[in-house]
Structures are given as structure tokens and as C-alpha cells.
Ligand binder design. Structure first.
Ligand code: THU
Length: 132
């Protein structure tokens, strides 16, 4: 992925962030997934009065990709307004790994700070269903 591709992924994540439904935490997150076909799918966090039902932005973006019939993740961008770009939570790392074990994770904030890591660096020894 080029620096330019990172930027368009970040832009889509920023746009999705504006739709975040986060009345309880007041912490808005946007995510965008670059699929195997080269399309971008985005998502935002969606909270619930029953707090534990909250779904992160990353998992909503992955679900949008899967619902469109795609099964491969090349990269995921996540955008927050924190001082240091936030990295995906552990649950989202495992969900990303299902479709993109080699994915690049692009973490950005609204001030233009960007950090890039591979998913395998963020999630060593991911859980995999193995043959018995
Ligand atoms: N959140 C995300 O959307 N992605 C993450 O990687 C971490 C946390 C959301 C969930 C909740 O709506 C809010 O941030 C506070 O935890």
C-alpha cells in the first residue's frame, strides 16, 4: 500500500467517524477496510443503553465488507480524536485476522498523526480453528 492509498483509507474512516453513535462514552471511532477487490468499506462504533452490546467501528466495517460478499482484508484504517492514534481492541484484531491475517493496520488521529503496523505484529498467535 502506498502512502496515497493510506490517505484515502483514512479519509473514509474519518467520514464514517462522523456517524458514530457514542452517546455513552462520547468517544467516536471510524474505520475503513480495503478489501481484496480494492473497494473500501467503512464503519463507526455503535453503542447501546445495554453497554455490553456496543460494537466497535472496526467490526462494523468488516461486517459491511462481508455483507457485500467479500472475504479478504488488505488493510484497515482506524481514526479517533486521541493525541496518539488508537490501535484496534483485541476482539477486533481477532475479527480482522479471520479475513486478513496479513493485513496492514493504519492508525490515525484527526491531527494527522499516522502509525502503520501489520496485524501479525498486533496479534501474534491469533486463534485459528485447527484440525483435531
Ligand atoms: N471502540 C471502537 O470503536 N474501536 C476500538 O478499537 C476501541 C473502542 C469504541 C467502542 C465504544 O463505543 C467506545 O469506543 C469506547 O470504548
Amino acid at each position: 500500500m502506498s502512502g496515497k492509498a493510506h490517505l484515502s483509507l483514512i479519509e473514509r474512516a474519518k467520514k464514517a467517524r462522523l456517524n458514530a453513535f457514542a452517546p455513552y462514552s462520547r468517544f467516536k471511532v471510524g474505520a475503513a477496510v480495503l478489501s481484496g477487490s480494492g473497494k473500501i468499506y467503512s464503519g463507526c462504533n455503535m453503542e447501546n443503553a445495554s453497554y455490553g452490546l456496543t460494537v466497535c467501528a472496526e467490526r462494523n466495517a468488516v461486517a459491511a465488507m462481508v455483507a457485500a460478499g467479500e472475504r479478504e482484508i488488505m488493510a484497515v484504517a482506524v481514526v479517533t480524536d486521541l493525541k496518539t492514534p488508537a490501535s484496534p481492541c483485541g476482539a477486533c484484531r481477532q475479527v480482522i485476522a479471520e479475513f486478513g491475517p496479513g493485513a496492514k493496520i493504519v492508525m490515525a488521529n484527526l491531527k494527522g498523526a499516522v502509525q502503520v503496523r501489520s496485524l501479525s505484529a498486533l496479534l501474534p498467535l491469533q486463534f485459528k480453528k485447527q484440525k483435531k
